[in-house]
Write a protein that binds this ligand. Sequence first.
Ligand code: PXL
Length: 277
Amino acid sequence: MSIKKTLTIAGSDTSGGAGIQADLKTFQEHGTYGMNILTVVATMDPDNGWSHNVFSLPVEEIKRQAKTALSTNVDAIKTGMLSTEEIIETAGTIIEESGVSHVVIDPVMVCKGEDEVLNPGTVDAMIKYLLPRAQVVTPNLFEAGQLSGLGILKTIEDMKAAAEKIHALGAKNVVIKGGKQLAHEKAVDLFYDGQTHTLLETEKTETTYNHGAGCTFAAAVTANLANGFTVSDAVFEAKEFVSAAIAHGWKLNQYVGPVLHGAKGKYGAPEVTTTIV
Ligand code: PXL
């Protein structure tokens, strides 16, 4: 059996927990061969409360990377931080030209701890260029509220309504990560395949060391699809994988605690239950 090739179009998180670092570590843990097209370099200033700076690469350089990566016949593509409308459009074109059908869109809009949307206009660009090409889209609560136009989502019913709107925008499968933010006793995600709403639940982990969880989840879905899983099996395993990674999150410094990407392989995963709602 040949090794599957997984490609992420995303930013570098210099602190190593999120971005391409999370993606490549997660691809490796799933036995796939990881590659990347770098879009931005994110740095954090220790002299200024770890505030983020996002440096975008020129689109020409992004296209040059795409030519390299796509010459290898990749099996699945994931997107992460895309900082401008032009970069989002470029990512959409790269996906289209790749002919790859396993496409996971993680619609990153903010970094944890930062509350500004990356750039006005990026939400509309994601709707136009990325959602119609998504086999799976993995917004968090905030991102799902933005993409659906429903604003702040508070309940499972809100999440269901948002998932249906995002599906209608062209994404074939939608996973809304409620995580521990939702007022619910478990850490809950909602999976919608256009027909059925399924809740995936785990026990909440009381930790703030969860930096990179979103990227890790989407990367796990991507690798699972490359490895031939069905979408629902890919999402279920990704929930196990990220729940283990969060449960073993750790303190990198006074500002940030990343998830432990390799936790499931080392320590096993918490139980995930599914319920049709
Ligand atoms: O977690 C979102 C995220 C994605 N990609 C990059 C990041 C971050 C947050 O820090 O730096 C590159």
